[in-house]
Ligand binder design. Structure first.
Ligand code: ATP
Length: 447
């Protein structure tokens, strides 16, 4: 058996990121944006397997945050909004990072609050300029005339959509506080020092939920969502719990709207990094929009007759960061009889392909049988069919690299005994199963 000759290869931590990045390009997960023109800094495209994986991340978030609950509804707000939104939310005044320029040789630009020594350039040791505040919102113009009156912003977070549509949702749906509004969508930030591949981007995707609750119950709901969101990473995405931690923000680090925030962080090869922030935004946003718009945004409790501005607990996550986390967490190399095998040990929930169907040869009778197996399986699983040349071992390795948990091989015997071989990614062990029992057996294994 292959599995008996299998041993894990130690990967130096500083090389892990590089190898994941190489795999992403080689296997169609992530490409540099507009690469043939030299790319665009901190903007990426997602290839076929990347798209499949991102859909899985979004769907799993939606399933657990919206569909499996009675108290959360969905929203899709637009990316462009009335600029008054950003005045009220505080983004025009406060959504800034401190930027410092290297005055030495390299002239690099740094985000000052990310530097250990704020006087010296980490690259060349040159002196740094005093920090200036830099607003991270991208500006553009609406209509043909580029003048100040026509300025609009690309949203830097999806959250404000939920606040400005709060009244619409309350009036059109039968929601009662406590309830949440969830949204997934693109956000844009002109980050000063983006990087670490798809960790810090200028165009990215958020999954945010604003949970409106009665003041006084906010701390309890904050604890609920912190526990719920951590559970999701471990149980639903299969991320190693020992590489996750919860980090409460220090007082001075809190955003202008927050009473308390804790970040769910992952131990990346480049250090601990935020995957998701879970903030207690109080009634800051509804209060600010009520004031700026002159509209009453209070909530009327029909039973008690009380009117109040709800407090808000916000779990805010990023699709791109979850994707890089899952990839880094899953990447491993093994030695199998002197050869290196690259494996993405992705959780079946996340794997772009759950089952690959591989006919042993290109003989017509085999292809017919393999195609039948494919149609049988694709009703229930994400299936890929691969009859390309190359021996079966090479096709298995390719599936290992994209994280496919199971391969189903159709061979000449299959035509006689109506059975196929299931080959497992992690152990490489094989099991012969009748075609009739195949769906049930795979369901058992995948669940
Ligand atoms: P950071 O401190 O890393 O800049 P943040 O605290 O500003 O992040 P939030 O405003 O809380 O981030 O955004 C919520 C989530 O959106 C983050 O946890 C992250 O997953 C994602 N996100 C934010 N900025 C980026 C970015 N530039 N690139 C990719 N994802 C991002």
């Amino acid at each position: 058996m292959e599995s008996q000759a299998l041993s894990q290869i130690e990967i130096p931590r500083e090389q892990l990121m590089e190898r994941v990045v190489a795999l992403c390009k080689r296997r169609g997960f992530v490409y540099q944006s507009s690469e043939i023109y030299g790319g665009l800094n901190a903007v990426y495209d997602y290839g076929p397997y990347g798209v499949a994986m991102r859909r899985n991340i979004r769907n799993l978030w939606w399933r657990h945050v919206v569909e499996l609950r009675d108290d959360v509804v969905g929203l899709e707000a637009s990316i462009l909004m009335n600029p008054e939104v950003w005045r009220a939310s505080g983004h025009l005044a406060n959504f800034t990072d401190p930027m410092a320029d290297c005055l030495g040789e390299c002239k690099k630009r740094w985000r000052e609050d990310h530097l250990d020594d704020r006087t010296r350039c980490p690259e060349c040791g040159g002196r740094l300029s005093p920090a200036r505040q830099f607003n991270l919102m991208f500006k553009t113009f609406i209509g043909p005339v580029e003048e100040d009156a026509n300025v609009v912003y690309l949203r830097p977070e999806t959250a404000q959509g939920m606040f400005v549509d709060f009244k619409n949702v309350v009036n059109s749906m039968r929601v009662k506080v406590p309830f949440g509004i969830a949204q997934q969508g693109r956000a844009f930030r002109n980050e000063i020092s983006p990087g670490n591949f798809i960790f810090r981007l200028r165009e990215f995707e958020q999954m945010e939920m604003e949970f409106f609750c009665r003041p006084g119950t906010d701390e309890e709901w904050h604890r609920h969502w912190l526990a719920e969101r951590q559970r999701w990473y471990v149980e639903v995405l299969g991320i190693a719990p020992e590489r996750l931690r919860l980090r409460p923000h220090e007082k001075e680090e809190l955003s202008h709207y927050s009473k308390a925030t804790s970040d769910i962080e992952y131990d990346f090869p480049f250090g601990w990094g935020e995957l998701e922030g879970v903030a207690n935004r109080t009634d800051f946003d509804l209060g600010a929009h009520q004031k700026q718009s002159g509209q009453d945004l209070s909530y009327l409790d029909a039973e008690s007759g009380e009117r109040f501005l709800p407090y808000v607990i916000e779990p805010a996550a990023g699709v791109d960061r979850i994707m890089i986390t899952a990839l880094v967490d899953a990447y491993r190399e093994e030695s199998v009889r002197g050869e290196t095998r690259v494996v993405l040990g992705l959780h079946p929930n996340l794997a772009p392909v759950q089952v690959a169907v591989l006919p042993l040869s290109k003989k017509e009778s085999l292809i017919g049988c393999a195609r039948d197996v494919q149609s049988l399986l694709r009703r229930r699983f994400r299936v890929e069919y691969d009859q390309t040349g190359g021996n079966i071992g090479r096709r298995y390795r390719r599936q290992d690299e994209i994280g496919t948990p199971y391969c189903v091989t159709v061979d000449f015997e299959s035509l006689e005994d109506h059975a196929v071989t299931i080959r497992e990614r992690d152990s490489m062990e094989q099991e012969r199963v009748s075609i009739e029992a195949l769906v049930g057996r795979l369901e058992e294994r995948l669940d």
